[in-house]
Design a protein around this ligand. Structure first.
Ligand SMILES: NC(=O)c1ccc[n+]([C@@H]2O[C@H](COP(=O)([O-])OP(=O)(O)OC[C@H]3O[C@@H](n4cnc5c(N)ncnc54)[C@H](O)[C@@H]3O)[C@@H](O)[C@H]2O)c1
Length: 244
């Protein structure tokens, strides 16, 4: 499926799953606007994607914090002004378990997780819907398998934030369907990103039918499918990407 010349925006594009999605979309011809809180990582991501694609991809990079709606509004407007109508959005940015305080009721941890993983997705979805192409658009949110079930040992705030993304996807899809904007969600089990590879080094690999961690490219290909016209009748749903 080609995205030739179409603008797709990606949050969390400096690392892991967001970077894998951006690389795949660039290979398929998308014009990209990439956002992340990590400015240095974004610069490296851009250089990598440009080195992989010839002729060079159209890429805009913006360092921002998804918790700040004003920054998101200005990013999306700037992206549209520079690269044309907004066709797709992959809202991947998130904070995972690495900074766990150990206290499930810790207020700062709650605010950080919910602000980034849930409210951040709302900020992006709202700005993206306001600037979507008149031909229609597709948004993909990233939840987690712990957005569908509660897993012992996974933090309260992370679990609730990812359950929230599933609910947000359902409700916002209902609101945006009349504008021909589809909104779906992916719920991956553990993906071998730099972060989780480190965290899982000393642990047993979680059970799934495939008996392995997912590769970021395997999540990216599902995200690309949902963004594309090949998924034109899919909206409001969450798709586990969990190896069975
Ligand atoms: N890796 C997994 O096993 C796994 C499993 C299920 C879901 N997920 C989800 O996938 C997404 C990406 O995770 P990952 O494993 O690639 O982690 P990662 O840490 O490699 O990537 C997350 C990116 O989000 C960025 N980010 C964090 N806070 C931000 C903020 N406030 N504003 C803008 N950018 C911010 C980080 O700088 C980073 O580049 C997250 O939503 C995560 O919850 C990951």
């Amino acid at each position: 499926m080609s995205f030739a010349g179409k603008l797709v925006v990606v949050t969390g594009a400096a690392s892991g799953n967001g970077l894998a999605a951006a690389r795949l979309l660039a290979q398929r011809g998308a014009a990209l606007s990439l956002a992340d809180i990590n400015a240095e990582g974004l610069g490296k991501a851009r250089a990598l994607i440009e080195s992989e694609n010839s002729p060079k991809s159209h890429i805009l990079t913006i360092a921002l914090d998804v918790r700040d709606s004003a920054q998101i509004d200005s990013w999306i407007k700037r992206s549209k002004d520079k690269l044309g109508p907004l066709y797709g959005a992959a809202d991947v940015a998130g904070v995972t378990e690495k900074q766990l305080s150990g206290d499930p009721l810790d207020a700062a941890e709650w605010d950080h997780r919910i602000g980034t993983n849930l409210t951040g997705v709302l900020h992006c979805g709202r700005a993206q819907a306001r600037n979507a192409s008149s031909e229609g658009a597709s948004n993909v949110n990233v939840s987690s398998i712990v957005g569908l079930i509660a897993v012992a040992g996974v933090g309260l705030a992370y679990t609730v934030s990812k359950h929230g993304v599933v609910g947000l996807t359902r409700r916002i899809a209902q609101h945006l369907a009349p504008k021909n904007i589809r909104v779906n969600c992916v719920a991956p089990a553990v993906v071998a990103t730099p972060l989780t590879e480190k965290a899982f080094k000393d642990h047993q690999i979680p059970m799934n039918l495939m008996q392995r961690l997912a590769k970021p490219e395997e999540l990216a290909s599902v995200i690309a499918l949902l963004l594309s016209q090949e998924a034109s009748f899919l909206t409001g749903s969450t798709y586990p990407v969990d190896g069975g």
